[in-house]
Design a protein around this ligand. Structure first.
Ligand code: SF4
Length: 361
């Protein structure tokens, strides 16, 4: 059984830099920090539009960690990048929906206004630090750049903050290493540096897209501890995109399971691990790697492949791979319904209306 350890556990608490600079938008305890409603995003291709994210809705409270989980191509990274408006305009289209951060609608902000939000209020950490960071700039310059721009501090103050941030994320001899370049650090250290850059302005939301995937198991565990420590110290909210359920178990409060661009199950982490309702979630639990499990244990893959989003099936998109598929599943698409407190699932097995529809299918 998976160990859902307290997300506040930490082995090596470190002092938080005393940022005396104010956030441009005041922190509020009341109400959700982030509210996403009916988000629809399409890829624009020569063959037409492909609906990559459809009808995605969720909220995020201050200090909460939400995991978005699913196979490659399920829409989890597109969802995350939409929040930051980081998708290329030439090949993607926001077809509808709302993204409200502290009550402010982000989808209608100008590019300039969005640049003020990015890094200062919402930051992102990527899987590969080498492609996300600048190899020609020193580490110190890269950390200082954001804090000078967003928090309007002097170079001297920014340098002191950069040293404190490197110390915070566990880089030894930070004053010396500040002058070094990315290639002079190991993979785990590079990830720590990217985290330092992401949190130096003390954003309210940290979005981490597969932040541990490229790392070995020991370094993965250290990075997870670092997230736990940062959250305990700063109360930052985290959205973590991952296919590693061990990372989810250790970090998340809530989980959104995505399939074919939609959320098919959402709930508290305990419900998702111990009381999963959707056959896809159950399949993921046996098919995905977990930090707490012996990596030599064979995984049981979900048979088949996700649907072609150019021509999605009429009914439940998981039906061709589902051992429980019924006639109604091929005819009608299930909608998310409540199955417990804050636990929703889109599956006809859980929906009492299936019986009525079955007679019409
Ligand atoms: Fe399987 Fe039907 Fe549920 Fe889809 S709706 S997951 S096909 S049982």
């Amino acid at each position: 059984m998976i160990n859902l350890q307290s997300k506040n556990m930490e082995s090596n608490p470190t002092r938080l830099p005393n940022l005396s600079v104010a956030s441009t938008i005041p922190r509020e305890k009341a109400g959700p920090l982030l509210e996403v409603k009916d988000l629809n995003v399409a890829f624009v291709t020569y063959g037409g539009e492909v609906n990559a994210v459809q009808g995605v809705s969720f909220s995020l409270a201050q200090g909460e960690t939400l995991a978005i989980v699913g196979e490659s191509g399920c829409g989890k990274s597109v969802t995350a990048r939409s929040l930051m408006r980081l998708l290329p305009k030439s090949s993607t289209k926001l077809k509808g929906g709302s993204i409200r951060y502290k009550g402010q609608e982000l989808t209608t902000l100008s590019d300039r206004e969005m640049r003020d939000i990015r890094g200062a209020e919402i930051s992102m950490i990527f899987q590969d630090a080498r492609s996300a960071l600048n190899p020609t700039m020193t580490i110190g310059e890269q950390i200082m750049e954001g804090v000078i721009r967003h928090r309007k501090v002097s170079r001297k103050a920014a340098r002191e903050l950069a040293i404190e941030m490197l110390e915070l994320v566990g880089i030894p001899s930070p004053a010396t290493r500040l002058k070094q370049h990315l290639h002079q650090f190991s993979g785990g250290m590079r990830q720590r540096i990217m985290i330092a850059i992401a949190v130096v302005c003390q954003p309210s939301i940290l979005i981490a897209d597969e932040p541990t995937t490229a790392l070995d198991v020991t370094i993965q565990a250290q990075i997870i501890e670092l997230f736990q420590m940062l959250q305990r110290k700063t109360d930052v909210s985290i959205i973590i995109i991952t296919h590693d359920l061990g990372v989810v178990a250790k970090l998340a409060d809530r989980v959104n399971i995505m399939y074919a661009g939609k959320i098919v199950e959402s709930g508290p982490v305990e419900d998702i691990f111990y009381r999963p309702q959707h056959p896809y979630t159950k399949g993921l639990l046996t098919s995905m790697p977990r930090l707490d499990r012996d990596r030599s244990e064979p995984l049981t893959p979900i048979p088949g492949t996700p649907p072609d989003l150019f021509s999605p099936p009429k009914g439940c998109p998981f039906a061709p791979r589902c051992n429980y598929a019924m006639e109604v599943c091929a005819a009608y698409e299930p909608k998310l319904i409540d199955v417990a407190t804050e636990h929703t699932v889109a599956c006809w097995l859980q929906d009492p209306r299936a019986q009525v529809l079955y007679q019409n299918a």
